[in-house]
Ligand binder design. Structure first.
Ligand code: NAD
Length: 292
């Protein structure tokens, strides 16, 4: 069994990005600048945003964090987005999800300039991705493709089951893995909350991407020997033995599934750090696009 080490792989990617930034600096080119908007003080969202900002500093990017109160109106948020769209120094920005209930998430994502949409959530980028045209790929599925590529996991002709059909993970993952691309050419089944007899699908799968958000859902009896398992889930499970009062659990029961798997990602240290690395990669690309 080989651990797909997202922490190490993401560090390698960050080192590559840092070199690209140094080269840009040496040539007098613009230094990439990522901005992040966070609305409210959801604990998990704040942790994600602060690791994104820290990673920017690590690779030599400029970064801006816009921290808005929980009661921010949709209009105020759209105003902030418009300002970032117009700001010539900002190459890319993200709006951390989820947003408070008074704000229409779809409206917000539509307001982001597609050329600065480094999360790849704007319909223009989703459309381009679906048509296999150059675009910003959503960071989590992009990170999974990169991890599979760097560990030489064969996907061509393989049976893949993606569990979860969210717009940010499951659905784009299913599209990308079915495409004619280096990491792709797979036969993909997308499963969701209405799927009947899920285990019948997962037991036949060569590769499983679990992205449903239910702690330790996928168990050893649901997979075959030699499977590759990508665990996207991050759930905070109450744990009084931990100082912070919880532990992070994936969607996969690592204990039982790892006994049968050929490759598996851990949680933490798997898909999470890859997501951040690919956000940086998208930001570098956004900056390079603006050189032209
Ligand atoms: P979501 O909540 O938007 O969607 C969950 C999906 O799972 C839905 O499509 C639903 O149909 C499906 N589902 C729910 N119960 C199911 C069941 N019993 N059987 C089959 N399918 C079922 O989820 P999301 O935003 O894609 O996130 C999924 C998980 O991944 C969460 O734990 C989230 O925190 C995590 N996540 C991690 C990263 C990362 O970087 N590691 C990034 C994004 C999301």
């Amino acid at each position: 069994m080989i651990i797909l080490d997202g922490k190490k792989t993401s560090d390698d990617i960050k080192d590559e990005i840092a070199i690209a930034v140094q080269n840009r600096r040496a040539k007098g080119l613009k230094i990439p600048h990522l901005a992040a908007i966070i609305v409210g003080n959801d604990g998990a969202s704040m942790t994600y945003v602060s690791s994104k900002v820290k990673s920017c500093q690590k690779v030599g990017f400029n970064s801006t964090l816009i921290d808005l109160p929980e009661d921010t109106s949709e209009e105020q948020l759209l105003h902030e987005i418009e300002a970032l769209n117009k700001d010539k120094d900002i190459d890319g920005f993200i709006v951390q999800l989820p947003l408070p209930g008074q704000i229409d998430e779809q409206k917000v994502l539509m307001a982001v300039d597609p050329d600065k949409d480094v999360d790849g959530f704007h319909p223009v980028n989703v459309g381009k991705m679906t048509l296999d045209l150059p675009s910003f790929l959503p960071a989590t599925p992009f990170g999974i493709l990169e991890l599979l590529e760097r560990y030489d996991v064969e996907t061509s002709g393989k049976d893949v089951v993606v569990i979860g059909r969210s717009h940010i993970v499951g659905r784009p993952m299913s599209i990308l893995l079915s495409q004619k691309r280096k990491v792709g050419n797979a036969t993909v089944t997308i499963a969701h909350s209405r799927t009947k007899n899920l285990a019948e699908f997962t037991k036949k799968a060569d590769i499983i991407v679990a992205a449903l958000g239910i702690a330790e859902f996928l168990t050893g009896d649901m997979v075959k020997e030699g499977v590759t398992v990508i665990d996207v889930g991050i759930t905070r499970v109450p744990d009084s033995s931990k100082k912070r009062g919880y532990r992070l659990a994936g969607d996969v029961d690592f204990e039982s599934v790892s006994k049968k798997a050929a490759y598996i990602t851990p949680v933490p240290g798997g898909v999470g750090p890859m997501t951040i690395a690919m956000l940086l990669k998208n930001t570098l690309k956004a900056c390079e696009n603006r050189d032209k």
